[in-house]
Design a binder for this molecule. Structure first.
Ligand code: FEO
Length: 174
């Protein structure tokens, strides 16, 4: 069974993942309106992934005989003055999430909760990828600057992103 402290921390993480989903949905809607369909698509896929992250935590809490408690989701920003600023916010936010995952892992170590340590390893790897992707896009956008053709090509590239079910949910669906 999960410790009370771990259950509370994981429920807070469920809320944080849904907040992330809401943030990226807001970005998706903003860039759709601005005419950047590819960037809107990228953030729409991100929206789905964050809901998956929340689901992985909820499934896990249930599997350990815990209680999932859904908390209110705070408001998110609704507009960004550039694509670069949206990705800078994405990176800042993902770094915060990485810190939260690390804090959960610390609790798992202190509780000698080996199952939670194992479960959290997927998220630790996922956060490395999340931060790297945001950093790569920031680098690209800084090079592009105000170049309209560059932004057009960037938008086209992001239109190709497709959603795939993350591994922890793919295995539980079998
Ligand atoms: Fe759920 Fe973007 O980390």
């Amino acid at each position: 069974m999960l410790s009370k402290r771990m259950q509370e921390a994981m429920n807070a993480q469920v809320n944080a993942e849904f907040w992330s989903a809401y943030l990226y949905l807001s970005m998706s809607m903003h860039f759709e309106k601005e005419g950047y369909k590819g960037i809107a698509n990228w953030f729409a896929v991100q929206f789905k992934e964050e809901q998956d992250h929340a689901t992985i935590f909820m499934n896990y809490i249930n599997s350990r005989d815990g209680k999932v408690t859904l908390l209110p989701i705070d408001a998110v920003d609704t507009s960004w003055d550039s694509i670069l600023h949206a990705y800078e916010e994405t990176l800042r936010h993902e770094r915060v999430v990485t810190g939260r995952i690390n804090d959960l892992y610390t609790i798992a170590l202190e509780d000698r909760d080996y199952a939670s340590q194992s479960m959290l390893k997927w998220f630790i790897d996922e956060q490395v990828e999340e931060e790297e992707t945001a950093r790569d896009y920031i680098d690209a956008l800084k090079k592009i600057g105000d170049n309209g053709y560059g932004l057009y090509m960037f938008d086209k590239e992001l239109a190709a992103r497709t959603y795939t079910v993350p591994a922890p949910l793919a295995t539980t669906a079998e």
